[in-house]
Design a protein around this ligand. Structure first.
Ligand SMILES: [Zn+2]
Length: 260
């Protein structure tokens, strides 16, 4: 077996674990998905499961898709997720993205509906930064009568553009909230993507409980006054650097939880 074959086999295993970890943590339910680039041909192809609930995904369910048009490399592959253009268009626009998670978590959705700041409130979510995550509103580009889903490459390209205001190999922000739908995040590795998904979820839970303690969302909207003190830009950068070496430690325990 060549190194490329070995990397591919390991990636299939890690991607199926990633899918089940997201389900175990309630970030995805029957819907939502995680993908990564194909280590055999990272500029052309990505890996994503067939149309299947994330909790059920095994290595043999992973299909190879073209980045250029989100169609399967093997035309006889099983049916894929309707929203796979989310993944293909992000890989097409951002060379440095290695993994993508799309999810409809109930903890996240409120922050895409009204302008409550969604930014880092504790060190484990420092990658979110000190400014509120961008909100992608599909009606801005495609009118008031879509079904809210990313159905084609045009929709996918519009969403992908929300990760960075100017053309660049790297997204400016790791997370984009999607109004009335969910969120999508990117990372430079599959394990980091899962780390970010879990701590994004935790950040949302903390903000929700903070809103309740503070007497409502309006208190958070005006947080720069005497109210809530979120992480500064400098704190976000320092905490992200500190956390960067700890991703595998978290991944190992999340895998162990699945065994139990
Ligand atoms: Zn979706």
């Amino acid at each position: 077996m060549t190194q490329a074959d070995s990397d591919y086999t390991q990636t299939l295993q890690d991607l199926s674990l990633a899918s089940r970890i997201l389900a175990h943590h309630g970030i995805v339910d029957g819907f939502g998905h995680v993908s990564c680039r194909d280590p055999r041909s990272p500029k052309e192809h990505f890996l994503l499961s067939r149309n299947l609930a994330p909790a059920l995904v095994q290595s043999e369910d992973i299909v190879t898709w073209r980045i250029s048009d989100a169609e399967p490399v093997d035309p006889s592959s099983p049916r894929g997720f309707l929203e796979r253009c989310i993944h293909s268009e992000i890989y097409r626009q951002f060379e440095d993205v290695e993994a993508v998670v799309h999810f409809h978590s109930l903890d996240i959705i409120p922050f895409g509906i009204m302008p409550i700041p969604f930014q880092a409130v504790y060190h484990m979510a420092s990658f979110l930064g000190s400014e509120s995550a961008p909100i992608f509103d599909i009606s801005d580009s495609f009118g008031p009568a879509t079904d809210m889903l990313i159905r084609n490459t045009t929709h996918g390209a519009a969403l992908a553009s929300s990760f960075s205001p100017s053309s660049s190999d790297s997204p400016t922000r790791p997370l984009v909230l999607m109004r009335g739908h969910g969120a999508t995040l990117t990372a430079a590795s599959l394990k980091l993507a899962i780390f970010r998904a879990i701590y994004t979820q935790n950040n949302a839970k903390i903000l929700t409980s903070l809103s309740s303690l503070a007497g409502g969302a309006q208190q958070l909207i005006h947080h720069r006054g005497p109210g809530a003190r979120f992480l500064t830009d400098e704190e976000c950068k320092a905490a992200t650097a500190s956390n960067s070496g700890q991703v595998s430690r978290a991944w190992d325990v999340w895998c162990k939880e699945l065994e139990n």
